[in-house]
Design a protein around this ligand. Structure first.
Ligand code: SF4
Length: 77
């Protein structure tokens, strides 16, 4: 499983860090370790990301990402 992060989209809501601290730890480099938990759990937390900054790709399931912000929402950048 691969997890990618787009820093420009991150709203620092910390859903990832709170949801799965063993995978998402900003004090560490690299700060995302997808193998530190089972793929289903990592995918679930990635889908909780409110900004779409996190995405994952699973060999068995294809690509996934958090829901994009509602249409018409102001761009945080
Ligand atoms: S859940 Fe998404 S928006 Fe929140 S800190 Fe993590 S990457 Fe950033």
């Amino acid at each position: 499983m691969t997890v990618t992060f787009e820093a420009g989209r991150c709203r620092h809501a910390a859903e990832c860090v709170r949801g799965l601290p063993e995978v998402f730890d900003t004090a560490r480099r690299p700060w995302i370790r997808p193998d530190a938990a089972d793929a289903g759990t990592v995918a679930e937390v990635v889908r909780r990301c409110p900004s779409g900054a996190l995405r994952y790709e699973r060999a068995d399931e294809g690509e996934g990402r958090a829901s994009p912000p509602p249409t018409g929402a102001a761009d945080p950048e």
